[in-house]
Design a protein around this ligand. Structure first.
Ligand SMILES: NC(=O)c1ccc[n+]([C@@H]2O[C@H](COP(=O)([O-])OP(=O)(O)OC[C@H]3O[C@@H](n4cnc5c(N)ncnc54)[C@H](O)[C@@H]3O)[C@@H](O)[C@H]2O)c1
Length: 438
């Protein structure tokens, strides 16, 4: 099938590469000329495991092409995906300006019957709105289908190629069949393709993200209670997670969720609720607990080292909002490091992938180290903010040799407290008893 994907970000590029890989001819469009130039040269503009290689294979096979000319891409396509960003506005609602402007451009470029698929995360009713925007620009027959994306950065290819489910929201059966056919190669393991109304599909995406964010905020609140009563949250997690109704996935206490989805989607759903006069106490609480989680971590550091951090040098391991990505959008590390800098600390940072993005964020306000242990040199403490695998089994002796004192604030509970005690560390984590050197 001839496909055009508008927006070549995390979602658009993964969609384009995976659909090309199953035999479709895909043109990926972006308005960012510089990004398109890099993509044409085979460069992936962000880090996502396996994506660069998949792009290269499909570019070689001439099934995947890139352009900044939306008109050409759209006019030749049977199916057009919208995968542009939907960031949060200041009031928390979703900013639909990119989605609406790309819809108008698509409308102008249609040259025949086309299915337009909204992959961006958009509030309920957006499909109706885009339908009228596109209709105002074209006389050709088209259908607007909602097909929200559930991939996780860091595991995006696997999630796209082996989804738990595919959601297709439309009342147009023919358009729904075309999109279902596109996804057939990815659901050969009998995972469901769920057909529903367009509004239900739009809401499903927000409800899924809001629920996952709720689990994180819930376990963070339980961890806070555990911490105050000297209880180890790991034991409680095991105790509740083994209940089949609850399960242990997505139940890790830490510095809270970040990234380009959960923070904005929780707030956008709350805004959708408020617009319809629905009280949304849970969503508001999920968000405020998440904000508090970062503040609590900062307090943990300043309680130990003092509110005035002038003359204090801190090492930070982990900047990306989660492991296996270079994405630092809404990352807890940004808030925490900014607070440390504001309190006067000197900050040395290391992340396996996110250093370039961090340079854009922090400039020369922090020092960057390609080697994790170099970042520790003469630091008064280590702050762990992202749970990269390579931080899980470090050389504790080397850490101690580099640090001024063996002091670790672990925002992701990477080490068990017995290990910390065995290495004679002073170790603070989330919802677990602190460890002090003998
Ligand atoms: N990132 C994720 O993990 C993820 C997962 C599921 C769903 N989503 C949703 O998917 C959507 C896209 O997210 P993303 O992370 O890929 O965004 P992104 O910011 O990485 O990419 C968006 C791209 O769209 C381009 N763009 C904007 N306006 C355009 C236009 N008029 N024409 C062509 N290109 C245009 C931008 O230049 C950018 O490259 C959002 O709604 C997001 O909520 C994201």
């Amino acid at each position: 099938m001839r496909i055009c994907v508008t927006g070549s970000g995390y979602v658009g590029l993964v969609t384009a590469a995976c659909l090309a890989d199953s035999g479709n001819h895909v043109v990926a469009v972006d308005k960012d000329e510089d990004k398109i130039t890099r993509l044409k040269q085979g460069e992936c503009p962000f880090y996502e495991p396996g994506l660069k290689e998949l792009m290269a294979e499909n570019m070689r096979a001439r099934r995947l092409r890139f352009t900044s000319d939306l008109f050409t891409g759209v006019s030749a396509a049977r199916v057009v995906f919208i995968a542009v960003g939907t960031p949060a506005r200041a009031d928390g609602s979703a900013d639909l300006s990119a989605v609406e402007s790309v819809a108008a451009e698509i409308g102008k470029a249609l040259s025949g019957e086309t299915v337009i698929v909204i992959k961006s995360t958009v509030p309920v009713g957006t499909g109706d709105r885009l339908e009228s925007i596109i209709a105002s620009q074209t006389r050709h027959h088209f259908s607007v289908v909602s097909n929200p994306e559930f991939l996780k950065e860091g595991a995006a290819l696997d999630d796209f190629l082996r989804p738990d489910r595919v959601v297709i929201g439309t009342h147009d059966d023919d358009a729904g069949d075309i999109i279902a056919e596109l996804y057939q190669p990815f659901v050969r393991n009998n995972k469901p393709i769920l057909r529903m109304s367009r509004n239900a599909a739009e809401l499903t995406k927000y409800a899924a993200n809001a629920y996952l964010a709720t689990r994180i905020s819930f376990i963070n609140e339980i961890a806070d209670i555990c911490g105050r009563y000297g209880v180890n949250v790991d034991e409680v997690r095991r105790g509740i997670g083994s209940d089949a109704r609850i399960g242990s996935h997505f139940f890790y206490p830490g510095v809270g969720y970040g990234g380009s989805c959960f923070p904005k989607d929780v707030q956008a759903l709350a805004s959708t609720a408020r617009a319809a006069d629905v009280a949304c106490e849970i969503l508001d609480a999920v968000h405020s607990r998440n904000v508090r989680q970062r503040t609590n971590f900062v307090k943990m550091v300043t309680d130990r080292l003092g509110a005035d951090l002038k003359g204090v040098r801190l090492a930070v391991w982990g900047l990306a909002f989660k492991p296996k990505t270079d994405d630092i959008r809404e990352a807890p590390a940004i808030t925490i490091i900014s607070e440390m800098l504001a309190a006067g600390a000197a900050v040395a940072v290391h992340d396996p992938q996110a250093m370039d993005n961090a340079r854009v964020e922090f400039g020369d306000r922090v020092e960057y180290f390609d080697d994790a242990y170099d970042a520790l040199h003469k630091a008064d403490a280590l702050l762990i903010i992202t749970e990269w695998n390579e931080f899980r089994s470090p050389d504790f002796d080397r850490m101690k040799a580099e640090l001024n004192q063996p002091l670790i604030f672990d925002g992701r509970n990477l080490y068990d407290t017995q290990t910390a005690a065995r290495y004679n560390l002073e170790y603070y984590s989330i919802g677990r008893p602190s460890v002090r050197p003998a």
